[in-house]
Design a protein around this ligand. Structure first.
Ligand SMILES: NC(=O)c1ccc[n+]([C@@H]2O[C@H](COP(=O)([O-])OP(=O)(O)OC[C@H]3O[C@@H](n4cnc5c(N)ncnc54)[C@H](O)[C@@H]3O)[C@@H](O)[C@H]2O)c1
Length: 368
C-alpha cells in the first residue's frame, strides 16, 4: 500500500497527518510512504526526518496524489485540491461532509472511499479522533481568553488569576465535555474563579469530585446561564449536540448584560456557535466586538499549536493507519468495526446515514 501525506493548504493550517516516528512504523509494516516536500515544517518535522524514517519526499502535490492508494490528511480537501483527487482511491482525514456538500459530491462522483476521522469510533462509542482536538481547543480557549482580557487589546484589564488581595477573573464555561472540561482545568490552574454549566448532571458530578468545589458546577438552565454570563469576565462556549447545529445557549440579551471589554470564546463555532451574536472568525482576524464584548470564534484553533496538535492527532490516528498498512484496506475495514464507522462515502454513495439524510444520497443538499 502506498500512503501519501500532502502538505495542508488551508489558510493558517500548521498540522501534518503523520510524524517521522509513525512513518518508520508504517514502512516497517510494508507500506510505502510518500510525503510532500515541506509537509511537516510548520509542525517542526523536516523532510530529512521523514527521509531518515524511510519516506520518499515528493515535490509535486499532483504527483503525490496520483501515486498514493491512500491519502492521509488533516483537513478536508479544499476545492483547489478537488482535481488532485484520483477516482477509486481512499482518503482518510477530517471530512465534515455535512458542512461540505461540494466535497461530498466530488467523492461520490469519483467513487472515493472517504473515511472521516470524526466518525471513527472506539468500542465504547466515543470518537477517539475528535477528542484530542477538542481537548486542545478547550485548553487554548482559556489561554486565548486570558490574552484578550488584557488592556492593550481592548480587554477589561483583569488578570485571570488575580493577585493576593484582588479577586481573580470569573470564567464561565458552557459545556462540560472534552473541550469544556479542559478549558475549566486550565482556568482553575491559572487561579480563576470557574463556573461550569451543563445539562448532563453526570458530567457535573465528575467535575465536582475532581475539583472538590474549587470549580462551581451548575445545571445549564437559562436562568443559571443568564446569571453566570452577566457576571463573567470570560465566557467559553463548548456545547455539542452530536450531528446537529450547536444550540444557542447565550442570547444576545445575555451578551448585552456583560461588562464592556469582557471576552467570549466560542469553541463550538465549527457547529454554528452557541452564542447568538457569534460569527466565525479566522487566525488572520480572530476577534470582533459586539455590544462592547470581544468575540473570538476561530473554527480551527488547534492549528495555533501545530506541534502539539500534530502529536496529539497522529497518536490518535496511528493505530488505525497501522491497521490499514498491515491488513490492507478490505481486511482492516472488515475486522475493525470502529474504523469502518469512519466510512462516509464508498462506491459512489454516501454511506453514513446521518450525512446521507442531510445531503441526500448523492451529495445533493436535502431541501427539507
Ligand atoms: N473551534 C475549534 O477549533 C474546535 C476544535 C475542536 C472541537 N471543537 C468543537 O467544540 C465543541 C465541543 O466539543 P466536545 O468534544 O467538547 O463535545 P462533548 O460532546 O465532549 O461535550 C459537549 C457538552 O455539551 C453539553 N451540552 C449539550 N447541549 C447543551 C446545552 N443546551 N446546554 C449545556 N450543555 C450542553 C453536553 O452535555 C456535553 O457535555 C464541538 O462543537 C466541537 O466540534 C472546536
Amino acid at each position: 500500500m502506498t500512503i501519501g501525506i500532502p502538505r495542508e493548504i488551508k489558510t493558517g493550517e500548521t498540522r501534518v497527518a503523520t510524524t517521522p516516528a509513525i512513518c518508520r512504523r508504517l514502512t516497517a509494516l510494508g507500506a510505502r510512504v510518500l510525503v510532500e516536500k515541506h509537509a511537516g515544517v510548520r509542525a517542526g518535522f523536516t523532510d530529512a526526518g521523514y527521509r531518515a524514517a524511510g519516506a520518499t519526499i515528493i515535490a509535486s502535490a499532483e504527483r503525490l496524489w496520483r501515486s498514493a492508494d491512500v491519502i492521509l490528511k488533516v483537513k478536508e480537501p479544499l476545492p483547489e485540491e478537488f482535481e488532485r483527487i484520483q477516482p477509486g482511491r481512499t482518503i482518510f482525514t477530517y471530512l465534515h461532509l455535512a458542512a461540505a456538500p461540494e466535497l461530498a459530491r466530488e467523492l461520490v462522483r469519483k467513487n472515493v472511499l472517504g473515511i472521516a476521522y470524526e466518525t471513527v469510533e472506539s468500542p465504547d462509542g466515543t470518537l477517539p479522533l475528535l477528542k484530542p482536538m477538542s481537548q486542545i481547543a478547550g485548553r487554548l480557549a482559556t489561554q486565548v481568553g486570558a490574552h484578550y482580557l488584557e488592556s492593550q487589546v481592548g480587554g477589561t484589564g483583569v488578570l485571570l488569576g488575580g493577585v493576593p488581595g484582588v479577586a481573580p477573573a470569573h470564567v464561565v464555561v458552557l459545556g462540560a465535555g472534552n473541550a469544556g472540561a479542559h478549558a475549566a482545568r486550565i482556568a482553575a490552574g491559572m487561579g480563576a474563579r470557574v463556573t461550569v454549566l451543563d445539562l448532563d448532571s453526570h458530567k457535573l458530578d465528575v467535575l465536582d469530585s475532581e475539583y472538590h468545589g474549587r470549580v462551581v458546577t451548575l445545571q445549564a438552565s437559562p436562568a443559571n446561564i443568564g446569571h453566570a454570563v452577566a457576571e463573567a469576565d470570560l465566557v467559553i462556549g463548548a456545547v455539542l449536540v452530536p450531528g446537529a447545529r450547536a444550540p444557542v445557549v447565550v442570547t444576545e440579551r445575555m451578551v448585552r448584560s456583560m461588562r464592556p471589554g469582557s471576552v467570549i470564546v466560542d469553541i463550538a463555532i465549527d457547529q454554528g456557535g452557541c452564542v447568538e451574536t457569534i460569527r466565525a472568525t479566522s487566525h488572520q482576524e480572530p476577534t470582533f466586538v459586539k455590544h462592547g464584548v470581544i468575540h473570538y470564534a476561530v473554527p480551527n484553533m488547534p492549528a495555533m499549536v501545530g506541534r502539539t496538535a500534530t502529536l496529539a492527532l497522529t497518536q490518535a490516528t496511528e493505530p488505525f493507519v497501522a491497521t490499514l498498512a498491515e491488513r490492507g484496506l478490505e481486511r482492516a475495514l472488515t475486522e475493525n468495526r470502529g474504523l469502518a464507522r469512519g466510512i462516509n462515502t464508498r462506491a459512489g454513495r454516501i454511506v453514513n446515514p446521518t450525512i446521507a439524510r442531510l445531503l441526500g444520497d448523492h451529495g445533493e443538499l436535502a431541501t427539507n
